[in-house]
Write a protein that binds this ligand. Structure first.
Ligand code: FE
Length: 241
C-alpha cells in the first residue's frame, strides 16, 4: 500500500511515529533548511510542540494500560473537529434574528441554555449559557481571563488566540485596542462590555443583524454569522446589496 502523506496519516500514525522517536519527525523539506530550522514552530510545524508531545505520550500510556479506549478518543475529537463548531452558534443567532419569541428566551439568562438546547446544542462546556446582545449602542466582548472557558456546544473548540495570555489580559485592560487589532473600530459612544467566561457560565454574543438582510432566509442568515462575531471581536457583515 502506498505511503500516505503525513497529514493523511492522522493521529494514529502520529502515535506510531512518536513510538519510533523524534527522528521520525526529522524535517525533510527545503523549508526546514531555513535560518529558523531547529526553532520551535507553532503553525505548520513538522516537529510537534512540547505540549502536543506530552498529550500524545499521556494518551499512549493510558491506552497501553487499558484505561481509555482509542476509539472513544477518536470519536470525541471527530465530534468537536467536524460536527460541533461555530455553525451551531450561527443557527442560534439566525433563529433569534427571525423569531422574536425565541430571541426573548435566548436573552433571558434563566432560559438561554434551554433555548440553545431547543436547536440541539447542549452538553459539556455549555451547561449554563448566557447570551448578550450587541446593539448600535452596546458591544459585548467575551474572554476567559483565567484560562480558556468557551461554549463548546455552540462554538466548538476555542481558537488559539482566545487561549493566549495577551488576549486574556488585554481584553479586559484595553478592549477597544484589542478590537481595533481585530479590525473593529467602534465609535466612542458605543459602550463596550467585557464578559469573563468561567467554568460555571459561558457567554455567547448575539451579534447585530446586518442591514440589507431583511429578505434573507434563516439558513442564509446563519451562513453570514462568523465565530468571531459570536465572541464579540467582529461584527456580522454581509447581506445582499
Ligand atoms: Fe477558563
Amino acid at each position: 500500500m502506498a505511503e500516505k502523506s503525513p497529514d493523511a496519516v492522522g493521529r494514529r500514525g502520529f502515535l506510531r511515529r512518536a513510538a519510533l522517536g523524534a527522528a521520525a519527525f526529522a524535517p525533510t523539506t527545503a523549508a526546514a533548511q531555513s535560518p529558523d530550522a531547529g526553532q520551535p514552530r507553532q503553525a505548520g510545524q513538522l516537529i510537534p510542540s512540547d505540549i502536543a508531545l506530552r498529550v500524545k505520550a499521556l494518551e499512549s500510556l493510558l491506552v497501553e494500560k487499558g484505561m481509555v479506549n482509542p476509539a472513544d478518543i477518536d470519536a470525541t475529537i471527530e465530534l468537536y473537529e467536524h460536527r460541533v463548531g461555530p455553525r451551531n452558534g450561527a443557527r442560534v443567532v439566525a433563529r433569534a434574528w427571525v423569531d422574536a419569541a425565541y430571541k426573548k428566551r435566548l436573552l433571558d439568562p434563566a432560559t438561554a441554555t434551554q433555548a440553545i438546547a431547543e436547536l440541539g446544542y447542549s452538553g459539556g462546556q455549555g451547561e449554563h449559557m448566557v447570551v448578550v446582545e450587541n446593539t448600535s449602542r452596546v458591544h459585548n466582548l467575551v474572554v476567559c481571563t483565567l484560562c480558556s472557558c468557551y461554549p463548546w456546544p455552540t462554538l466548538g473548540l476555542p481558537p488559539v488566540w482566545y487561549k493566549s495570555s495577551p488576549y486574556r489580559s488585554r481584553a479586559v485592560i484595553d478592549p477597544r485596542g484589542v478590537l481595533k487589532e481585530f479590525g473593529l473600530e467602534l465609535p466612542s459612544d458605543v459602550e463596550v462590555r467585557v464578559w469573563d467566561s468561567t467554568a460555571e457560565t459561558r457567554y455567547l454574543v448575539l451579534p447585530e443583524r446586518p442591514s440589507g438582510t431583511e429578505t434573507m432566509t434563516e439558513a442564509d442568515l446563519a451562513a453570514l454569522v462568523t465565530r468571531d462575531s459570536m465572541v464579540g471581536v467582529a461584527k456580522v457583515n454581509g447581506g445582499r446589496g
